[in-house]
Design a protein around this ligand. Structure first.
Ligand code: BES
Ligand code: MN
Ligand code: ZN
Length: 460
């Protein structure tokens, strides 16, 4: 999906941003009839509120958009940009000066509000066109929005059209678009090439499991992005109850985020050697499904006791991370809808992340604030390592008791990621209710923050 700004246009309808505190000053600067209209209609400058000012011939003379106060701006994001996208048909442009970060959030808010998922039913596009705020790198924002749209499309598409084979096809499309190399190991070949856990988790599905690898770029730091590609998670033999299974088409959200981020990196031409690894499987139920109690040997030789077939994400990621670590990248990142515990801890807006690298944590945290892409650090708490060690194998995929479920899952992954800098996101990947620029449905998390951090030299 292309999400774009309107070209520069001298006749664009001016849009004035108004903070609640400066409402009176701003309104008294307007022609008196317009100021009176704004007052008469009760416009307060409230966050994301709109007031359309009529011109003499029944045209739109100007639009006022409220940016509220500090409290509202802390509480919400993308409101003004979304308000612009919701305006009547026409071309609009910001009037006056806006700080760079605000302009970015408004521009991105506009673009992301133009996203539509219309594969199965018409969903009419936004009518308002918006000229990119001055001083912005408009193309960069468009690329970021395109990457996010790709992530959303991949998550929103149900498993009937986004199984492992279709996820592979989507990765191939992206690779072709950017001249990246791609290779895929499928089905029984996973055993020959030593991806036993990917095979074990995915073998019960009608769509064969696979390990997708994409390579791009030949200079700069090496960055490996690993995304959980569980196209549907029934829970396996430890079957999920219906209510918990309902949304599990989104269990490939990590791979969708990684592909969206890869699009941003490649389209922007960042100087890096990028490697994408996606174990793509469906965690299904059949006579050949892996079972509770099975002990499986991972790619790196570690034995894993299966105590719950619903803790499948960490298994497929284990093999992919082990492969990634063999290349000794400067940074390895995993993104995964890994645990219900993460959702319980921080809810759907925040992407919890784990890293032992203070520099990575600090640059990610400040980049998150810049990009309205909130993340929150959780600890790789070493003492809990004991919890993932059962009696008769090296590792337990589902520690009993359920204490610190997101942390123990992260610790499990870390065993397979012996690299210089490892960063892991336990994301939710789903917007439960519509918010400005984030319609209900699939959503990327952490990707814009990570892109910003990489651009700002996180690895320098
Ligand atoms: N895909 C789920 C995690 C999930 C559930 C993410 C709901 C977002 C919303 C994952 O495969 C899973 O089932 N994890 C289990 C692990 C447990 C069995 C140790 C969980 O979190 O309950
Ligand atoms: Mn599961
Ligand atoms: Zn899962």
């Amino acid at each position: 999906m292309t999400l774009q700004f309107a070209p520069e246009n001298n006749a664009a309808i001016p849009v004035t941003l108004i903070a609640s505190a400066s409402l009176d000053d701003c309104l008294s600067d307007l022609p008196s009839a317009q100021g009176a209209w704004a007052r008469a209609t009760g416009f307060s400058g409230g966050y994301g509120k709109t007031c359309i000012l009529p011109g003499p011939e029944g045209t739109i003379a100007r639009v006022l958009i409220g940016i509220g106060d500090e409290v509202a701006r802390k509480k919400h994001r993308f409101g003004p940009g979304a308000a612009i996208a919701g305006l009547p048909s026409g071309i609009y442009a910001l009037d006056g000066t806006v700080y760079q970060t605000d302009a970015e959030e408004i521009g991105l808010g506009y673009l992301l509000s133009c996203y539509r998922f219309d594969r199965y039913k018409d969903n009419p596009p936004a009518k308002a066109m918006f000229v990119a705020p001055k001083g912005l790198n408009a193309r960069r924002l468009e690329i970021i929005a395109e990457g996010e749209a790709l992530t959303r499309d991949l998550i929103n598409t149900p498993t009937s059209d986004m199984g492992p084979a279709e996820l592979e096809a989507a990765a191939r499309d992206l690779a072709e678009r950017h001249g990246a190399d791609i290779s895929v190991v499928t089905g029984e070949a996973l055993l020959e090439q030593n991806f036993p856990l990917v095979h074990a988790v995915g073998r019960a599905s009608a769509s064969a499991p696979r390990l997708i690898e994409m390579l791009w770029g030949n200079a700069g730091p090496s960055v490996t992005l690993v995304g959980k590609g569980v196209c549907f998670d029934t829970g396996g033999l430890n079957l999920k109850p219906g209510a918990s299974m309902g949304l599990m088409k989104k269990d490939m959200g990590g791979s969708a985020a990684v592909l969206g981020l890869a699009h941003m990196i490649m389209a922007l031409g960042l100087k890096m050697r990028l490697r994408i690894l996606i174990p793509a499987v469906e965690n299904s139920v059949s006579g050949n499904a892996f079972r509770p109690g099975d002990i499986l040997t991972a790619r790196n030789g570690a034995t894993v006791e299966i105590n719950n077939t619903d803790a499948e994400g960490r298994l497929v990621l284990a093999d992919a991370l082990a492969l990634g670590a063999e290349g000794n990248p400067d940074l390895m990142v995993s993104m995964a809808t890994l645990t219900g515990a993460a959702r319980v801890a921080v809810g759907p807006d925040l992407a919890p992340f784990y890293t032992d690298d203070e520099g990575v944590a600090a640059s990610l945290t400040s980049a998150a604030a810049m990009t309205a892409d909130p993340v929150w650090r959780l600890p790789f708490h070493d003492p809990y390592d004991d919890m993932i060690e059962p009696g008769i194998a090296d590792l337990d995929n589902a520690p009993k008791g359920g204490f610190a479920g997101s942390i123990t899952a992260a610790l499990f992954l870390r065993r397979f990621a012996p690299v210089n800098r490892y960063l892991h996101f336990d994301m939710y990947g789903w917007q439960p209710t519509s918010k400005p620029a984030r319609p209900k449905g699939g959503v990327g998390q952490g990707t814009r923050a990570l892109l910003e951090a990489l651009e700002k030299g996180m690895l320098a």
